[in-house]
Design a protein around this ligand. Structure first.
Ligand code: SF4
Length: 120
């Protein structure tokens, strides 16, 4: 992989990380601490993200409901997960924290309702 640059988001210092692979070793420069080195390596080899989006709601007081993942999802799986969530419709009422999609796309992560939604 070519050299890549990231801004570390682990703390507000926002160090600029440069990550490159040399001889099978992933090397991080620019980090102000070990947590940033770890973050740079993860971003380079297996970037993960929390997922937040909305899903359609049947009979709710609003047409869509905001949802959030209960863990991080590999970035390469994000589109598959979003496509799945765009295709579902949940039935109101929904309680905040309710699991709306279990083990989404085999990631081991659940999708939860971010808020409650009353029935119309
Ligand atoms: S490298 Fe360390 S000090 Fe710099 S932003 Fe990341 S966590 Fe903060």
């Amino acid at each position: 992989m070519p050299e890549k640059e990231y801004v570390c988001i682990v703390c507000p210092n926002s160090c600029r990380l440069t990550v490159r692979e040399t001889g099978g070793e992933v090397e991080v420069t620019g980090a102000g601490c070990a947590r940033g080195v770890e973050h740079g390596k993860n971003e380079y080899t297996n970037p993960m993200r929390m997922l937040t989006t909305t899903v359609a709601v049947k009979d709710g007081i609003h047409p869509r409901l905001s949802v959030v993942s209960d863990g991080e999802i590999p970035r390469e799986k994000m589109k598959e997960c979003l496509d799945y969530l765009y295709g579902i419709e949940v039935q109101a009422p929904v309680k905040a924290g309710e699991v709306l999609a279990e083990n989404i796309c085999g990631t081991g992560v659940n999708i939860l309702a971010s808020r409650s939604m009353r029935q119309m």
